[in-house]
Unconditional design. Structure first.
Length: 181
């Protein structure tokens, strides 16, 4: 298995992507589904690791003071969209539950990617999913702090706030050195 490059898929959950989801990110979130599926299939076919980061909150999570209740453990809303998860068929993937914005905070993401080999001295990650200004940006910052090369495709990320989306893309490019394609 090639582990020099990984795809990280953030919060492609029913609560964020479905119209009746608790924290629906809007039409822009629905619009990225085909692109995210295409990237998952490409990474799976190439033998690269795919990491699904998924909100997995306790019923009384303090985050719900800032946001509507969403991604609660063992609820339908916390499930990865079936068509997104099915795209990984035959590929190598892991699902990492998270309680906060960054995929690194209080998770096993560091351990899961510890064995990634370098490709010409480079560890490369592509990050897709929602929400650009929250979980995407904080997870990208975590990769930047670990000296990874980062690609964030505009067609693969979405946010419920268009202005915050654009600001996050600019911040990831300028501060974290992410390649925004």
């Amino acid at each position: 298995m090639k582990l020099s490059k990984i795809l990280v898929v953030v919060d492609m959950l029913k609560d964020f992507i479905s119209k009746n989801g608790a924290l629906f990110c809007g039409p822009s979130a629905e619009a990225i589904i085909p692109f995210v599926i295409e990237r998952i299939k490409a990474y799976a076919k190439a033998g690269y690791l795919i990491v699904f980061l998924c909100d997995n909150h306790d019923e009384d999570d303090l985050e719900f003071k800032r946001f509507p209740k969403h991604g609660v453990k063992d609820t339908d809303g916390a499930k990865i969209l079936a068509e997104v998860l099915n795209a990984v068929a035959g590929g190598t993937f892991i699902i990492i539950p998270k309680r906060r914005y960054s995929g690194f905070y209080d998770t096993n993401l560091d351990e899961a990617i510890a064995d990634v080999d370098t490709l010409d001295g480079d560890k490369s990650v592509e990050v897709v999913g929602v929400c650009t200004s929250i979980c995407i940006m904080d997870t990208v910052g975590g990769f930047a702090n670990r000296d990874w090369s980062i690609v964030v495709p505009k067609a693969g990320v979405a946010d419920f706030d268009p202005a915050a989306h654009e600001a996050a893309l600019a911040r990831m490019k300028g501060l974290y050195g992410a390649e925004i394609v």
